[in-house]
Write a protein that binds this ligand. Structure first.
Ligand code: ZN
Length: 252
């Protein structure tokens, strides 16, 4: 996938935002694949290019992110430049994010949770919360105001009590395909000899991290009677039109 500029990109139904390339794919990649497969338009916005990462260079990570977006069915993959490792979340960054929200006009935004091990994730949460609100104000900045109907947080390092879990059993392979594109960051199948190459070991590049991702998805999937699940949080209660739609489909 090549990066699509704002002028080339149509409206999005769903926009997933992450502090660093691979955050979105790890946190809600299978959910995005499920939404895209249902016929909705999906985009991914990385707030940085991961330039502070231990492995890989920004150009490499950008190419990986575009290929990963492709694997999930995203029609747009873009980057803001909020600085990795000390993510900036001031007024210029809010304005840049507001411009994207007003151009893409997503109804649903998926973003980082309020607190996480990596401080950039909490900062990114606050940036997303501010920009999605201010984007709806006519007197803030340029362009036609737009406020997404909902902003849900996906899970990264720190666990939270989910408000809902998406059954992603049929889209787990899509998530793995997206993660496989992040060759510079994440452990890949048959990677043993690569580990002894010149790049330094990192927590997320270990096979244990990979297994933990699957273990967590199986854990939350099991809670809703599914093989794999991705958990989400929102500070507000969810409106339900049909309580019967909440019944789990799997084992009781
Ligand atoms: Zn991150």
């Amino acid at each position: 996938m090549t990066r699509k500029s704002l002028t080339e990109t149509a409206r999005l139904d769903v926009l997933a935002i992450g502090a660093h390339p691979d955050d979105v794919e790890l946190g809600c990649g299978a959910t995005l694949a499920r939404i895209a497969a249902a016929g909705h338009t999906v985009g991914i916005l990385h707030l940085t290019r991961g330039e502070a990462g231990t492995r890989g260079v920004p150009e490499e990570r950008e190419a990986e992110a575009c290929a990963a977006g492709d694997a999930l069915g995203a029609t747009a993959v873009e980057f803001l430049h909020c600085r990795d490792g000390g993510l900036r979340s001031g007024e210029p960054e809010e304005d840049a994010l507001i411009a994207r929200l007003r151009a893409w006009r997503p109804e649903l935004v998926l973003g980082p949770s309020p607190r996480d091990r990596h401080p950039d994730h909490g900062r990114a949460h606050r940036l997303v919360a501010a920009a999605t609100f201010y984007s709806g104000l006519a007197r803030r900045g340029q362009g036609e105001p737009h406020r997404p109907a909902a902003v849900f947080s996906y899970m990264q390092h720190d666990p939270f009590e989910p408000r809902f879990v998406v059954d992603v059993s049929s889209f787990w392979e899509s998530k793995l395909a997206a993660l496989a594109e992040y060759r510079s960051q994440l452990h890949q199948e048959g990677d043993r000899e690569r580990a002894s190459r010149d790049e330094p070991p990192t927590k997320i590049a270990s096979p244990e991290f990979r297994a933990a991702i699957e273990g967590r998805a199986r854990h939350f999937g099991q809670m809703i009677g599914a093989e794999f699940g991705e958990p989400f949080w929102t500070p507000l209660p969810l409106a339900v039109a049909d309580p019967m739609s909440l019944l789990p489909g799997g084992l009781r």
